[in-house]
Design a protein around this ligand. Structure first.
Ligand code: SF4
Length: 375
């Protein structure tokens, strides 16, 4: 089962209600970014590149609650920045748990062990730990030696105290499918509830522009990784979205499914692009030119995008759109092996892992920037 039954039921009844109301565009997961500050500076991330005065700012708990209430989605993902660096993160989490929102607190887990005492285990709270693969690959990806070990320590501590823990993994060009599959084994052995996957997106602001995947390469990579699946692997996300990544089905982008609220307001149109901001959720929904986005729109910014924030909600919506969607989801959930001899051959192709020919680069904010952004 990809997610616990109570969560699956909450999401299913919410989506069905939207369908009964005839709502075509509805939010499924609010991406709540309460700060952009981070204790890593990953080469594939656009957030840490903001100037110091932006990195210093935080959303207050009240601003977060207002956004969550306005949006009304059953799930809230808290990325960033690093949410555990927010000065009032425990108040934000407590307020969302009280509202019975299913929260995914997305963390690099460097601070998880020392901050765990701030939280209480709850079915509503999941620590979604950012791990981009096995040790060498993850450390390369986050530009931090020892990052993998610290994250694993954080995961173990959280699991020991009874918290829900998942991993979230972003895959870039140069990922070794065999290594990713071995990473899945490692994570399931650690005892995480499930794993989440997404291809990387080419942020204009990201310092490393070389390693983002095009659509054909994304499908090929995910077909190699996710076909011939081991029975023990659990994924905490839409099974149809995984089929989309493998090239087994096509979806249109539904950017309103995962709207983003940050210190700048409601971001148009999606988590990845910044084509302006709206002051309220209603204004976001009513004033965004949605037809200008998605791969089929011809917008070059969307050309290679297959990321979860654009397409996972599309998979969930498809599930509840027809009997065909329900059956497809049931089949993808029950029969997970995805036997594919061609994909086995892909696993035999030689891969030179990107970390084997590129030095691990730590991109450090300047001392001056660190000084001025200290909370
Ligand atoms: S295709 Fe990607 S970049 Fe374009 S609107 Fe959708 S999620 Fe955003």
């Amino acid at each position: 089962m990809p997610v616990p039954i109570s969560q699956a039921w909450t999401v299913a009844s919410y989506v069905l209600k939207q369908k009964l109301k005839g709502r075509k565009q509805y939010p499924l997961v609010l991406m709540l970014e309460p700060l952009y500050r981070c204790n890593l500076a990953c080469a594939g991330c656009g957030k840490i590149q903001y100037p110091a005065h932006v990195l210093k700012r935080e959303l207050s708990p009240e601003e977060c609650f207002k956004a969550v209430d306005e949006c009304g989605s059953p799930m809230v993902s808290i990325p960033g920045g690093e949410p555990l660096m927010h000065s009032e993160i425990e108040k934000i989490v407590d307020g969302l748990v009280a509202r019975k929102k299913y929260i995914y607190l997305c963390t690099n887990a460097l601070l998880l062990k020392e901050k765990l005492h701030l939280f209480k285990p709850s079915k509503y709270l999941t620590f979604s730990v950012h791990l981009d693969g096995q040790k060498e690959h993850h450390d390369f990806s986050v530009c931090r030696e020892g990052g993998y070990e610290l994250a694993v320590e954080g995961i173990k501590a959280a699991l020991e105290r009874g918290f829900r823990v998942t991993t979230n993994t972003t895959l870039f060009d140069g990922a070794d499918p065999n290594s990713v599959r071995a990473f899945f084994d490692e994570m399931m052995e650690l005892g995480v509830e499930g794993m989440m996957l997404s291809p990387g997106y080419s942020y204009d602001k990201a310092p490393d522009q070389k390693h983002f995947l095009g659509r054909a390469r994304t499908r090929r990579l995910f077909r190699a990784i996710l076909s011939n699946r081991k029975p023990g692997w659990q994924f905490n996300q839409s099974m149809l979205f995984l089929e989309f990544l493998m090239g087994k089905r096509d979806f249109k982008c539904t950017p309103w499914g995962m709207p983003t609220y940050s210190i700048f307001g409601w971001q148009k149109p999606c988590y990845l692009l910044q084509d302006g901001y709206a002051e309220t959720f209603t204004e976001l929904m009513e004033t965004t030119e949605w037809a200008n986005y998605g791969t089929e729109s011809g917008n070059p910014k969307c050309a290679n995008c297959m990321v979860h924030s654009g397409y996972e909600a599309s998979g969930v919506d498809y599930t509840f759109s027809s009997l065909k969607g329900l059956l497809a989801t049931a089949r993808a959930t029950l029969f997970t092996s995805n036997k594919d001899d061609g994909a086995l051959e892909l696993l035999n192709e030689p891969v030179t892992p990107v970390h084997s020919y590129n030095p691990l680069v730590k991109i450090s904010p300047s001392a001056d920037k660190l000084e001025r952004t200290r909370a």
